[in-house]
Design a protein around this ligand. Structure first.
Ligand SMILES: NC(=O)C1=CN([C@@H]2O[C@H](COP(=O)(O)OP(=O)(O)OC[C@H]3O[C@@H](n4cnc5c(N)ncnc54)[C@H](OP(=O)(O)O)[C@@H]3O)[C@@H](O)[C@H]2O)C=CC1
Ligand SMILES: CC(=O)N[C@@H](CCC(=O)OP(=O)(O)O)C(=O)O
Length: 341
């Protein structure tokens, strides 16, 4: 029987003090159909009991109750009161937590990578842990909202895509769908702002150490995620840069002989009527145009059979929190942009 969704939802946010969780708290707070029952951090977090505004003053207006520790009693209260749980936690934490809520009949929107990959072996290879919940892995729906709307509507577990895969797939899937690309490896170079690395301090993200630098060469976990969804090999190289938020992806793909500009234009027509996707041939998307916005901006340029597609998103919004809101909007039968524009 398809999962039934009531018209409004009570939601809990776990990992609410992080960059993604705080942004999601803001979006839930301004959403007319969502009722926030609580915001949680880990059981022994030093931030338990603090106000969101103590940690993120810009979100002080979004939450009057303190951040709560995720104790057994808190989990029981969530199961009692919430319809949907948003997990804004690390991958391994999400994999451990999600089944507890799913088995109790709640819906889960997981913003980590814990349920995105179909091949369980890739968790050991790319995430460094063994995935213990293959049953739920098989049932998770990939939450790329413009591409999997019908499945998202009935999903109990949504695996909200990674930020880099969102930027890459939104640019490439229209071309793939129309079979305009050769089978050669697609090259994705992308630059992310530092909030992409999360809130916890590390040497790599320390201001004085930060520069524009590549990382994750050949082995970033988003390589299999992009390849799985695109059904094509990719060479993905992420770069970390010294700005707060946003991703710009520069993508190199090869077109079949004889593909015309009109066919490329036609492929991107799949986004006509999608209010959060802005495509323009010859456009050079810029991070400043998508910062704090739920949009993906796409532009394409070709020379002969060589195509360059550019794609920009806010990593914390279309790359995470606003995409999760798009997914719950679909489940509630609301316009995808509800509460976002
Ligand atoms: N940053 C980004 O651009 C994107 C991130 N993501 C994914 O979203 C998730 C969150 O990312 P981000 O906000 O950057 O991460 P942060 O490190 O900023 O936040 C993590 C949050 O999880 C909480 N937490 C940690 N351990 C537990 C636990 N055991 N139980 C409950 N809560 C816990 C932390 O609080 P505390 O430690 O105090 O308990 C904090 O609130 C990650 O899986 C990330 O990969 C996805 C797309 C984009
Ligand atoms: C700059 C930076 O460090 N970015 C993160 C990607 C964040 C993201 O999208 O996330 P998931 O972890 O949810 O897949 C990284 O490369 O690990």
């Amino acid at each position: 029987m398809p999962y039934q969704t009531p018209p409004s939802q009570s939601v809990a946010i776990i990992g609410a003090s992080g960059y993604v969780g705080a942004e999601l708290t803001r979006l839930v707070n301004q959403h007319s159909a969502l009722v926030l029952i609580g915001c949680y951090v880990s059981e022994h977090s030093s931030d338990a009991g603090k106000l969101l505004g103590d940690l993120h003053p810009q979100y002080a207006h979004c939450l009057s109750m303190p951040l709560q520790p995720l104790s057994s009693a808190a989990k029981a209260a969530i199961i009692e009161q919430a319809d949907t749980v948003f997990l804004c936690t690390d991958h391994a934490v999400s994999v451990a937590l999600a089944p507890e809520f799913l088995q109790a009949g709640l819906k889960v929107m997981d913003l980590s990578g814990g349920f995105r990959l179909h091949d369980v072996n890739q968790y050991s290879d790319f995430y460094g842990f063994e995935h213990k919940h293959t049953d739920w892995l098989g049932r998770a729906v990939y939450g790329l909202a413009e591409w999997h709307a019908a499945d998202i509507v009935t999903a109990q577990l949504v695996a909200v895509p990674g930020c880099y895969p969102t930027a890459a797939l939104m640019a490439l899937l229209p071309l793939k769908q129309k079979a305009l690309l050769t089978d050669e490896k697609v090259i994705v170079n992308a630059v992310s702002g530092v909030t992409g690395a999360g809130r916890k301090a590390s040497l790599n993200t320390h201001g004085a150490e930060l520069s524009l630098q590549a990382y994750g060469l050949f082995n970033h976990r988003h390589t299999p995620e992009i390849a799985q969804q695109l059904q094509q090999n990719v060479l993905f190289t992420p770069h970390l840069a010294n700005f707060p938020r946003g991703i710009l992806a520069t993508i190199y793909a090869n077109l079949h002989e004889q593909v015309t500009d009109t066919e490329i234009e036609g492929a991107y027509q799949c986004y006509a009527g999608q209010p959060l996707v802005r495509v323009k041939a010859q456009n050079r998307p810029a991070i400043k145009n998508v910062e704090h916005q739920p949009f993906v901006d796409i532009g394409w340029h070709r020379q002969g059979n060589q195509l360059i597609v550019l794609s920009a998103i806010d990593n914390l919004l279309k790359g995470a929190a606003s995409q999760a809101i798009q997914c719950i909007n679909l489940q509630l039968g609301l316009p995808v942009e509800e509460g976002l524009l």
